[in-house]
Design a protein around this ligand. Sequence first.
Ligand code: PLP
Length: 264
Amino acid sequence: AHFSFKKAADMMCLKIVEADLDENYKIDVESIKDKITENTVAIVAIAGTTELGLIDPIEEISEIAHENNIYFHVDAAFGGFSIPFLKSAGHEYPEFDFKLPGVCSITVDPHKMGLAPIPAGGIIFRKKEYLEVMAVDSPYLTVKTQSTIVGTRLGASTAATYGLLKYFGRKGYSKLATRLMENTLFLKESLEKIGYDIIVEPELNIVAFNHPTKSPQELSDELEKINGWKVSVANCPEAIRIVLMNHVTKTHLKEFLDDLEKLY
Ligand SMILES: *Cc1c(COP(=O)(O)O)cnc(C)c1O
């Protein structure tokens, strides 16, 4: 999970209990069942993990949360602007949203695949009550209550997000998401052809890979030396991690792959 959960838990004096992962780095559903106690206030699962872009078994977790009457939050900050649009383009993904009765809230980050400017962030709630329990009176303002931590804040990124939604529409976002997946598969298959090890089959637009003998840090340093590439080294699992966002083109990928071939 994203480090933001540590901040939230710290602010609310909650203890985070981490679920085990299965061999594909997704939440092991059985371990959630084992870890639920009468003190459990919420369960969190991720639709598009920051490190690998994987989607946790949200359908199953929703069922557990629903049965046990526990709040269930889905973090689709990364995947929220891709999964629905890839689905409408014919890709298959399990359900991750309010169709599942256990899902209470979902974060969706317009500033990632939504192409909106930072700091556009989004959270949607199943019921208005969830916002109301967080509300604080704001007597001298036009709105009588506020449910957020920050007070006065910029509306520009929200306006930009609205503009982008209107501009791209479902079709536009579907096209963008499809192109990202094409680039992702192109990179993954080309890396395999050279001989690099792919950590997991990509589900969204992230490819994590390793050289058979060099450590990710060594390879990252060599990439920087050879052509100034700055790549991210993931920790869990240790690997070079490439997020194929919209500004990354096929041409970039080909140049990158040429250098990776030289360093192989
Ligand atoms: C990016 C991300 C976040 C945090 O979003 P910011 O808007 O960058 O703070 C949370 N969860 C996941 C899975 C993310 O990828």
